[in-house]
Design a protein around this ligand. Structure first.
Ligand code: PMP
Length: 396
């Protein structure tokens, strides 16, 4: 058996997609026109699968800050902060994030994936326990695997199941990290954090919340699901990303634990990889300032999200459980999902195609993500394209 035989299932899946005329993982945006539009196959296309929740990727403040940093500090840091030293922007961003979250300290990572991987694998090891929501993101699963800790899954969004499992752990609960997400990335549902925090408190465990999809989206100040639920004091570690609401790339962990700085230097995913480029840090700082200064961005995002959810729901589509900037349209099977995805693209609408085994419950779905940058007209065009693609499939 060659090294590559194990990739045969992937090759077969790709062949099947190609045969059905869907090259969803090879979509090329020939020209990106704005946070919500690109040219795809020469066609002006509305982007509804970006995670660009606040639509800040072209904001003049972010672009100008990045441009200035590029000019004054160069294209890259060319190494790890632990080895090569700190650029002042990285330190300033950590301070600003700590101020935003009202916590003692923050570590900036090169991506959100790396933030989860590094934090989980460093915080826990053999003898510790990771109690994670079954629908957790791949970066959480990978961090768990790398840690060497015992991994236990609890039923998605089920505080009673979490409670039962923590009770069984007895004294080991004190060495357990519970991991959940603020908003789940496939169906857009929120974690019942009020109950989860109460369970965590009762058993004396730690709580890590991945707010990748909820930063800038939930909470009065945009701090995420923990803020919205009023349980920030119970969250030991907040993980997040710069790649969604903040429109760049990078990740962070925010915590009130004074030991966070020790975790930083024990963290191989921090120590042994290059820190983000100065321009990325600069645009992220500007985006964070905009997020803080303009709550109306969040309001606009929710108006458009509710509008699309209502439109699709009225057309009879089966959607995720609640309105959210992530709107999952559930389809009967893979064939219907492929035909709809193709039909939408042909009508100038790009969404994410999610096929088994990528979706949490093995279903086939089209995942839309809404942006504050979408106009009501664009939302109506997206809904219209769904109606037409559903009725007729792909136009000739
Ligand atoms: N956590 C969750 C829940 C995510 O959805 C993602 C990205 N899709 C990440 C972490 C990783 O973030 P990044 O893109 O910054 O690596």
């Amino acid at each position: 058996m060659s090294l590559f035989e194990k990739f045969e299932p992937i090759a077969a899946a790709r062949r099947a997609l190609a045969e059905s005329g869907v090259e969803s993982i090879n979509v090329v945006m020939e020209q990106v026109l704005s946070p919500t539009e690109a040219l795809i196959e020469g066609r002006r296309t509305i982007l509804a699968g970006t995670n660009n929740y606040l639509g800040l990727t072209f904001h003049p403040d972010c672009v100008q800050a990045a441009r200035r940093a590029l000019k004054s500090e160069g294209t890259g840091t060319t190494g790890s902060r632990a080895a090569n030293g700190n650029y002042s922007g990285h330190v300033a961003l950590e301070r600003e994030l700590a101020d935003f979250f009202g916590v003692r300290s923050v570590i900036v990572f090169s991506t959100g994936y790396v933030a989860n991987l590094g934090m989980i694998a460093t915080l826990t090891g053999p003898g510790d326990v990771l109690l994670i929501d079954a629908d957790s993101h791949a970066s959480i699963y990978d961090g768990c695997r790398l840690s060497g800790a015992e991994i236990i899954r609890f039923r998605h969004n089920d505080p009673a199941d979490l409670d039962k499992r923590l009770r069984r752990l007895g004294e080991r609960a004190a060495r357990t990290v519970v991991i959940v997400e603020g908003i789940y990335s496939m169906f857009g549902d929120r974690a019942p954090l009020e109950e989860i925090a109460a369970v965590k408190r009762r058993h004396g465990a730690y709580l890590l919340v991945d707010e990748a999809h909820s930063l800038g989206v939930l909470g009065e100040r945009g701090r995420g699901r923990a803020e919205e639920a009023g349980v920030e004091a119970d969250v030991d570690f907040i993980i997040g990303t710069f790649s969604k609401s903040l429109g760049a790339i990078g990740g962070y962990c925010a915590s009130n634990h004074p030991e966070l700085d020790l975790v930083r230097y024990a963290n191989r995913a921090y120590v042994f990889t290059a820190s983000p480029s100065p321009s990325v840090i600069a645009s992220t700082r500007s985006a964070l300032a905009l997020l803080r200064a303009h709550p109306e961005l969040r309001r606009r995002l929710w108006e458009q999200a509710r509008r699309l959810y209502a439109r699709l729901s009225a057309m009879g589509f089966r959607l995720g459980p609640e309105p959210s900037p992530i709107i999952a349209v559930r389809l009967v099977d893979r064939e219907q999902a492929l035909a709809m995805w193709r039909g939408l693209l042909a009508r100038g609408v790009y969404v994410n195609l999610v096929l088994p085994p990528a979706s949490p419950d093995g279903g086939s779905l089209l995942r839309c993500s809404v942006s504050a940058g979408h106009t009501p007209e664009q939302i109506d065009q997206i809904a219209q394209a769904f109606a037409e693609a559903n009725a007729t499939g792909a136009p000739d």
